[in-house]
Ligand binder design. Structure first.
Ligand code: MTE
Ligand code: MO
Length: 441
């Protein structure tokens, strides 16, 4: 496939080489060329805006132009069952994102799905159906259920839903915010199968005092300290009771892979994916907000009174937990750095957009830095929390170098900003417009 070829090639770039991709619109076959597009990027002073890791050949341009300030380039990624085009953001814990051009499938294949771990990988379960889950706390009858029992006792549901790391887009903050430097690839959209968290909580009998949840997984803390959890987040009971909040054992019709939390995880769509506990073994129903690892302070929290970028804050005042993720669109084809034939004037574009708890109302593309916008066609999502696939074409006025910008607007009329806004120490909620560069001729 074209997209795989493009991304593998892009990922194999190092700081000293630059490539562009030749993409004749008819055959859509890609050929790598030793590139002049990178040089053009430098000449045009594009090191900063296009100098992100996800920007293919152009990232090399900025690296060549200013090695000291160069952003991190992708490290080779090699993990069983995973596409080598993923970009490794960290190996202890293992974290990898999906370049935008690899998110071109309607349903993100497991091989291309991003990975985010906070701790060590737990031991792999030998008998998945024997995996056990406890429901405790503010319930009438605490439950211990095996995965086998979950499957038998409750009705299964499948939904295609976006899972998005709360830090997605973090690398666009200036000054840099603390944490994994995600571009737009800390997200994917898979078909998840499981039972409603609401059905299981109701079976345990929620007391009137049941107001919040706390989630626990089997992964050891990175330090190996057994008194600490790798991560343990929780949410208001209303979110837990939503019909799309699932306890999941299958991904794209396959048993949930170990790396994605198999045999059992939560999928809490629309909110930071840190709530979607992997290797799920315990849910604590609480009267008060959960206080586990990754709760409080500046963790998954954003300012309610905007901060001066780069300033110190402990999150105790004027901060609130990040709930719905912000609206975001990506261009998945063409890939950044694509070279089009000289005669090409109509560029076909494809992508995806999603908006946390909200709907995507509109996706627009500009080839002139936002002076004029062109509306794209939206496909109908399969269900709530599915992403919207979009397509369209853009007429370019001449040969030459163009940047294509994409902007989504949510159902409330809130659009993506030009730059990452509401800076915060750990960098949540960054959703500036995605842009790619193409060269015609
Ligand atoms: N047990 C456990 N669950 C977890 C995590 C973790 O480290 N341990 N990481 C969370 C975060 S921060 C994210 S973004 C998602 C990533 O899910 P994925 O690796 O399946 O893409 O899992 C969440 N669930
Ligand atoms: Mo995350």
């Amino acid at each position: 496939m074209l997209e795989e070829a493009v991304t593998r090639d892009a990922a194999s770039n190092d700081q000293s080489s630059s490539h562009i991709v030749e993409m004749p619109s008819a055959s859509r076959r890609s050929i790598l060329l030793g590139g002049s597009l990178a040089a053009i990027g430098v000449a045009a002073g594009l090191g900063a805006p296009l100098g992100s890791r996800s920007n293919g050949g152009l990232s090399s341009a900025s690296a060549q132009g200013a090695p000291a300030a160069a952003p991190k380039v992708p490290q080779p990624f090699d993990f069983p069952g995973k596409d080598k085009g993923l970009a490794l953001l960290g190996d202890r814990p293992l974290v990898a994102e999906t370049p935008e051009s690899l998110l071109d499938d309607d349903t993100t294949p497991i091989a291309k799905f991003f990975i985010r771990n906070n701790g060590q990988l737990p031991e792999e379960a030998k008998d998945a159906d024997a995996w056990s889950l406890k429901i405790e706390g503010e319930v009438d009858k605490p439950l211990t259920l095996t995965l086998g029992e979950l499957k038998k006792r409750f009705t299964a549901h499948s939904f295609r839903m976006v899972l998005e790391c709360g830090g997605n887009g973090r690398s666009f903050y200036q000054p840099a915010a603390r944490g994994n430097q995600w571009t737009n690839g800390g997200a994917g959209c898979a078909e998840w199968t499981g039972v409603r968290l609401a059905d299981v909580l109701k079976a345990a009998g929620l007391k009137d005092s049941a107001k919040f949840t706390g989630h626990f997984g089997a992964d050891p803390h990175l330090s190996g300290d057994t008194t600490k959890d790798a991560i343990s987040r929780g949410m208001p009971i209303e979110k837990a009771l939503e019909p799309h909040s699932l306890i999941v054992w299958a991904m794209n019709g396959e048993p949930l892979p170990h790396i994605h939390g198999g045999p059992l995880r939560l999928v809490v769509p629309g909110w930071p994916a840190s709530l979607s506990s992997k290797w799920l073994n315990r849910i604590l129903v609480r009267a008060t907000p959960h206080d586990g690892q990754g709760m409080g302070g500046t963790s998954y929290r954003v300012p309610t009174v905007p901060l001066v970028p780069g300033s110190n804050a402990d999150g105790k005042i004027n901060f609130t937990d990040l709930t719905s993720m912000p609206v975001r669109a990506i261009i998945t084809a063409p890939a950044n750095g694509t070279r089009l034939p000289a005669a090409a004037r109509d560029v076909s574009l494809r992508g995806a957009a999603w908006a946390g708890d909200h709907e995507v109302a509109n996706v627009e593309v500009s080839s002139d830095g936002g002076q004029r916008w062109h509306t794209m066609t939206l496909a109908k999502p399969k269900n709530r929390y599915d992403w919207v696939r979009w397509t369209g074409s853009l007429k370019l006025p001449s040969e030459g170098y163009f940047e294509l910008w994409v902007k989504a607007t949510d159902s409330r009329g809130v659009a993506q900003p030009h730059v990452a806004t509401n800076w915060n120490p750990q960098g949540y909620g960054s959703n500036p417009m995605h842009r790619i560069a193409v060269l015609v001729g």
